[in-house]
Design a protein around this ligand. Structure first.
Ligand SMILES: *[C@@H]1O[C@H](CO)[C@@H](O)[C@H](O)[C@H]1NC(C)=O
Length: 259
């Protein structure tokens, strides 16, 4: 299948999240969406976290205290990272002080929605990556930002498992190869260093089945939250490969946000 490569313009802001099991190819779809719609970018909470820690911002230092003790970074801290990023990009048209918004978010009420308003300019379009993963997080995020498209990516479990079971890793760099997708040039050998690739113990099929089941459970509530807000918000796209999925999500974004 050939993918059309011509880029398209958006006429209003797209604020997208991709929901899909590990191994379904969310990263691939994000990259393809950004190529197709150059006004889209990715805001990845993992990256924001790493940058803030590296630059020793107050938020980064605060987050680090949780990371050092092996705990999860609490939702309000993640929301704060997103808020900071959006306001430094000037993508929130009006906003109260960060402290007031975070305080409102922390109380779990909706008053922040009256002080933070996302821009509707198509140049403020993005795919939010890494958050929200649960319905509770989605609820908290909704006070800050109206997500307007949720793309649920679905591949058969057996297809995902065979993909995951074929993962080979270069341990010292973390480079991942997928047999049948992005094969190493020489089987079992890292392209750049020539060192041996390994398969992780925790990449066993049984472990992945458990992870996928867990994912199904949390994502069910997340999707339900968005469906309850607007029955047209969630679009389910199925395919056995990234090439089957891409044209469908391109068409959906085009239909909703295209010129
Ligand atoms: C997708 O994968 C499933 C499960 O392996 C298989 O039954 C089905 O025929 C595949 N569909 C296509 C279009 O290849």
């Amino acid at each position: 299948m050939t993918l059309a490569t011509a880029s398209r313009k958006l006429k209003r802001a797209a604020r997208i999240i991709l929901v899909g099991a590990p191994g379904v190819g969310k990263g691939t779809q994000s990259e393809r969406l950004m190529k197709r719609f150059p006004q889209l970018c990715t805001i990845a909470t993992g990256d924001l976290l790493r940058e803030n820690v590296k630059n020793k911002t107050p938020l980064g230092q605060h987050a680090e205290t949780y990371m050092h003790s092996g705990g999860l970074v609490p939702d309000p801290v993640i929301l704060n990272l997103i808020l900071n990023e959006l306001s430094s990009r000037k993508w929130l048209e009006t906003y109260d002080s960060t402290e007031n918004i975070i305080a409102a978010l922390g109380r779990g009420n909706g008053s922040a929605s009256s002080v933070a308003r996302a821009s509707n300019s198509p140049d403020t379009s993005f795919i939010l990556d890494g958050f929200p993963r649960t319905a509770t997080q989605a609820q908290a995020l909704s006070y800050l930002l109206p997500i307007n498209l949720v793309l649920q990516l679905v591949s058969p479990v057996e297809v995902i498992l065979s993909r995951l079971a074929n993962r080979w890793i270069h341990l010292s760099s973390g480079r991942v190869y997928n047999v049948g997708f992005n094969d190493p040039k020489v089987a079992g050998i890292d392209d750049l260093t020539g060192e041996k690739l390994v398969q992780r113990e925790d990449d066993s099929e049984a472990t992945w089945r458990k992870r996928l089941a867990k994912f199904d459970e949390t994502s069910r509530d997340l999707l339900e939250f968005y469906r309850a807000r607007d029955k047209n918000m969630v679009v389910t796209v199925q395919g056995n490969s990234s090439d089957e999925i891409s044209p469908q999500i391109f068409a959906e974004v085009e239909k909703r946000f295209g010129m």
